[in-house]
Design a protein around this ligand. Structure first.
Ligand code: FES
Length: 162
């Protein structure tokens, strides 16, 4: 949906009456950022410049809003995103070693993406299923009790996705 097609008042009904026009504009901006990221898998600078013109919002303000939220990315991300949980339960059950296995296998560091764009490697504090430690998410799918065998299956899956 294009941003100009969104009618905030229609979307949120009478709640909109208590929102200032600034708050509504902020809501539109976040929605627009989400749509851009959905399309490109990150927020390309060119798209943010276009958005700035379209909404008549300074580019600095757009960056200020986008950097506030952890959900937005400013560099291209891989086709797959593996996220190793580094919370206490997972740490105790070998998350550090698992992270190193990913680094060695794909020759990237934490927060980096492979050259062929097949994988972005990330870490997270806790995904909320500590009983299944060590846990990773692959493209938002939770994989618990990660063994060597499961790790190898995940590697195969990532490599075959390209
Ligand atoms: S510490 Fe890893 S899921 Fe909670």
């Amino acid at each position: 949906m294009k941003i100009e097609q969104i009618n905030v008042d229609e979307k949120i009904g009478h709640v909109g009456e208590v929102l200032s026009s600034e708050q509504k504009a902020k809501g539109l901006l976040i929605h627009a950022l989400q749509q851009i990221q959905k399309h490109h898998n990150y927020l390309p600078e060119e798209e943010l410049k276009k958005l700035s013109k379209k909404l008549n919002v300074p580019l600095s303000e757009i960056y200020s809003t986008a950097t506030f939220y952890k959900q937005f990315y400013f560099t291209p991300r891989g086709k797959n995103v593996a996220c190793v949980c580094m919370g206490t339960a997972c740490h105790v059950r070998g998350a550090g070693e698992l992270l190193n296995q990913f680094k060695d296998e794909f020759k990237i560091g934490e927060g980096e993406t492979t050259e062929d764009m097949s994988l972005t490697l990330e870490t997270v504090g806790c995904v909320g299923c500590c009983g299944l430690a060590p846990v990773i998410t692959v493209n938002e799918e939770v994989v618990g009790e990660v063994t060597e065998e499961k790790f190898e299956d995940i590697v195969k899956e990532i490599r075959s996705s390209m």
